[in-house]
Design a binder for this molecule. Sequence first.
Ligand SMILES: Nc1nc2c(c(=O)[nH]1)N[C@H]1C(S)=C(S)[C@@H](COP(=O)(O)OP(=O)(O)OC[C@H]3O[C@@H](n4cnc5c(=O)[nH]c(N)nc54)[C@H](O)[C@@H]3O)O[C@H]1N2
Ligand SMILES: Nc1nc2c(c(=O)[nH]1)N[C@H]1C(S)=C(S)[C@@H](COP(=O)(O)OP(=O)(O)OC[C@H]3O[C@@H](n4cnc5c(=O)[nH]c(N)nc54)[C@H](O)[C@@H]3O)O[C@H]1N2
Ligand code: SF4
Ligand SMILES: [Mo]
Length: 721
Amino acid sequence: MSSTRRIHFRTCTLCEAMCGLRLTLEDERVVDLRGDPLDPGSQGHICPKAWALVDLQDDPDRIARPLRRKGRDFEQVPWDEALDEAAERLDALRVAHGPNSRAIYLGNPTIHNLGAMAFGPALMRALGTQNRFSATSVDQLPHMVVAQQMWGHPLLLPVPDLDRTDLLVIMGANPAVSAGSLMGAPGFPKRMRALRERGGRLWVFDPRHSETARLADVHHFVKPGSDGWLLLAILRRLIARGAQPPRMGLPVDGLTTLQAALAELADFDLFARTGVPQSVADEVADALRDTPKAALYGRMGLSTQRFGTLCQWLINLINLFAGQLDREGGVLFSAPAVETRDAPRGMGVSRAGFGRFTSRVRGLPAFGGELPVACLAEEILTPGDGQVRGLVTFAGNPVLSTPNGRRLDEALASLDFMLSIDLYLNETTRHAHLILPPAPPLARSHYDLALHLLATRDTAKYSPPCFDKDAGAKDDWQILSGLARRLLRRSGAPRSVRATAAALHALGPEGILGLGLRLGPHGVRAWPPRRGLSLAKLRERPHGVDLGPRRAGTLPERVPKGTHLNLAPERLLADLKRLASEARSSAEDGAQSLALIGRRQLRSNNSWLHNSERLMRGGDRCSVMVHPDDATRLGLTHGGRAEIRTEVGAVIALVEVTAEMMPGVVSLPHGFGHDRDGARLRVASRAPGVSLNDLSSELRLDEASGNAAFSGQPVQLRPSD
Ligand SMILES: Nc1nc2c(c(=O)[nH]1)N[C@H]1C(S)=C(S)[C@@H](COP(=O)(O)OP(=O)(O)OC[C@H]3O[C@@H](n4cnc5c(=O)[nH]c(N)nc54)[C@H](O)[C@@H]3O)O[C@H]1N2
Ligand SMILES: Nc1nc2c(c(=O)[nH]1)N[C@H]1C(S)=C(S)[C@@H](COP(=O)(O)OP(=O)(O)OC[C@H]3O[C@@H](n4cnc5c(=O)[nH]c(N)nc54)[C@H](O)[C@@H]3O)O[C@H]1N2
Ligand code: SF4
Ligand SMILES: [Mo]
């Protein structure tokens, strides 16, 4: 019998790089997977994680049917019964305790999922709760806050012009491993080689000599959490040398206020605060200004620290004063084929910024209609009016991914009702009363509605499903929409609201995408109709479409009408004062302690690809990295074990002694800790590791945004058996 062979092209949905994949199938089994050289964005690049898409498809642990808790176990339930029950139990909570008694948490894979992007907002509207949480507040919230405060659009984020810049300064990011974040950077090492070949330079500031630092011309250790000072020193040098913001095509507010606030700051000893000499800050400032094409970029290490928002504000200001904001070779705004002017609302993010409401227990402000996830556990555990009694998790694993995960773990066990829409029975979903599993990534269609906004090149690509769904399986969008419509019916929503939900359902993700493409800047309305982008056109181009290099000077067209560029928003000025007051009180975290930072690995993705045999080869990787001097002082040996303790908890991990670390800093990867009862993760539980977030405190926040401040948490280490 002859075998049937076919080739399938699609976009990888695992990270922001959006790599083009080329899969070869024989008799419906994937026998080869490689980068698609004709994909205009990734140009043939892929990373080892891509194979995990195949592993997900075949994983016997992946949930195939809805599950209902029965005692300590789960039983299968038919779809309609499961959806009806979910709606009934969520609605019963509304009737008894009001809409805010139900919370929702959206995890990171939501953004990589066409159906979830298109129908997540429908579920949120139907729930009508203020208790909305997501991975945003353990990730990129500061960037959104700063963009909203400076130019009124929380999702319009400047992205380095990687392929044209001649100087890239990276602080607190490791794109050689992560493939870039808020900077889709497939094939980052190759692109850095190209930078070097054209005479360009890469400078890295990181408390670890990371994989990215290894590619750099210059690497400096910087004390975790101290980058605000370094950035301040750079900005002050620029201004001292007479730099002025160039014309941006928008009225500029706050210049004198900003200059006055900077002038008011007392001088400080940069080296003592950061470990970086003043001369280096001066050099960075001068190089950013004197190199015609240069970009400063800061990511997770900066976003998730106590002054994360301040850092991102200063980065924008430095790029602006150096003449690199919205400039070719500097940092640019992407122009996706599906227009983003209304993207915030479309994606369920309110443009309202801060101040609409605050969290019940701690009074943390909501941003964009969402509360910081660091306060989710207390909202569940604290009795009283408005207490959260029901929770929906969608594509998230907050027990491992949010600060003080142990406390949340306990909180979840106390809920009246928890629904998880997820592929796995893991550390979080084990608490659910109902689990609704979607079809896996290779069995669904894809278009990146959000991530093109953050891409280093404008492209568009539609991927049809590679496999048919199993009989009786549902896509995420069908689950979200099905649940939303049931909730609307139960709560007696007006007929017009229900009709809109029904119309959207009838359109489905493809219909919504098709409309978005036609109405977007490259759609049929912009070009002669035959040449414009449409879904039909994308279907004919399986490798995707290149929309050309990104343009400079687009900020004025992209922001809401009447927007001024605000250099000195009050909230950020207040944060500058907060930083300065720490200088006076010298609030360094305990002298005896080390500073803890996180780490990402090439063969791992947050908390959820640890069930892939292929990625997990090679034993225990959840090691704590320690500098040799610290190891000697503390009596720790390479290959031995250490207890790592914070005010929140303690874990025991394998010790890796390495001069990669800055003295005084230790690093543990995040996303591990797969040893909890009731989870069904056969591969992951073999090398479970420990959870970094059993150590992080939910009280340690970037105050300006409410984002979790992971970096620089003080820890104590001692030898353990
Ligand atoms: N392989 C792989 N790729 C991924 C992921 C993954 O889990 N695995 N996750 C994806 C996700 S969700 C995201 S958001 C992105 C994140 O993408 P990145 O931001 O590039 O990734 P991180 O590895 O978190 O990089 C943070 C860097 O900051 C350093 N750092 C920590 N604290 C500080 C500090 O205080 N100051 C300075 N200057 N540096 C500091 C760390 O040592 C580390 O090198 O990666 C994405 N890509
Ligand atoms: N200490 C510390 N904590 C961190 C970080 C850190 O660097 N340090 N990084 C933070 C960052 S940047 C992020 S983004 C978060 C991630 O935090 P989360 O988003 O909460 O967690 P993930 O590990 O991404 O878990 C994803 C979940 O979605 C499920 N899933 C995967 N694909 C799909 C799908 O298509 N549909 C559905 N319905 N479910 C799916 C998986 O089974 C898994 O349960 O972690 C954050 N936490
Ligand atoms: S870099 Fe990201 S998008 Fe590219 S193959 Fe790896 S996981 Fe997929
Ligand atoms: Mo993330």
